[in-house]
Ligand binder design. Structure first.
Ligand SMILES: [Zn+2]
Length: 272
């Protein structure tokens, strides 16, 4: 009896130590997040999935549109790097090798993997319209990545489904479940029949950080309100979860963004 009690307390202690070392702080928002997955294994896995994705999908041959994606993307990248540098936080971007691609697809979608691999689907371009509109989307996706939302979702999934066992053990014992977590976590899921939308917390945070990043890069933050209004009008139930999401609802999202505009204007330097 006594022995069982001691074991139980050791478990509680191990769990407490494990949990406290398994937390990270989201840049800019300051929110504490669960982080059970080391950055190194995250990058390696996402790179594999990114290569696989590019093999299975058609990279756009449209020169003007491709140039637009690369132009807007690299401006936001530089703004993000500068922000992290100014906040002595550059180590969070260690191992990032940014890349911006446009793929041919009817889907209204875009994503950024941990490590800075960004893919925009051509189906979203009629809604983004111009550089400012595209900056809303790329800013939002880069925000999901640099705020480590993918890692947080994998961590939450591991904790829920596998009781928080180490990632390497999880991959060995349950390769399919782990694979699905990855797919879902990075927005590639819809394509493979796996739907795992970002939570409301993650969406709000990506809207917030994304708006600041686009403003820092010299894009007019007012464009975010226009973009989400166009997105709201366009939706026909076909969009993948990242842009279909009923959480937050369009009206709530637009109101939130409007309330963030004064903060974004402080960062905005037009014609940069
Ligand atoms: Zn999102």
């Amino acid at each position: 009896m006594h022995k069982i009690k001691i074991t139980k307390w050791i478990c509680v202690l191990i769990f407490a130590v494990f949990m406290t070392t398994a937390c990270a702080i989201v840049p800019m928002s300051g929110r504490q997040q669960l982080s059970l997955v080391p950055q190194s294994s995250l990058m390696a896995t996402s790179l594999q999935q990114y290569d696989q994705f590019l093999k299975e999908n058609k990279v756009s041959q449209n020169k003007a549109q491709t140039a637009q994606v690369k132009r807007v993307g690299s401006r936001i990248q530089h703004a993000v790097e500068q922000y992290f540098r100014q906040n002595n936080n550059s180590q969070q971007l260690a191992g990032y090798a940014w890349e911006f691609n446009l793929v041919e697809s009817k889907d209204v979608n875009a994503w950024c993997m941990p490590g800075g691999k960004v893919v925009v689907y051509s189906g979203i371009l009629p809604i983004t319209k111009d550089d400012n509109g595209l900056a809303v989307v790329i800013g939002h996706e880069i925000a999901h990545a640099v705020a480590n939302h993918g890692a947080e979702r994998v961590s939450q999934g591991l904790l829920a489904q596998m009781g928080g066992m180490a990632l390497s053990t999880a991959i060995k014992n349950q390769p399919q479940a782990t694979q699905q977590l990855w797919m879902g976590a990075f927005g590639l899921g819809a394509q493979y029949g796996m739907i795992l939308p970002y939570s409301r917390v993650h969406e709000n945070e990506a809207d917030h950080l994304g708006l600041m990043f686009m403003a820092m890069a010299g894009y007019d933050p007012n464009a975010a309100v226009d973009f989400w209004q166009r997105m709201s009008a366009k939706k026909g139930g076909q969009a993948p979860p990242e842009f279909l999401s009923t959480h937050p609802s369009d009206a709530t999202r637009i109101r939130n963004i409007q309330s963030l505009l004064p903060e974004a204007r402080k960062y905005y330097k037009p014609g940069k």
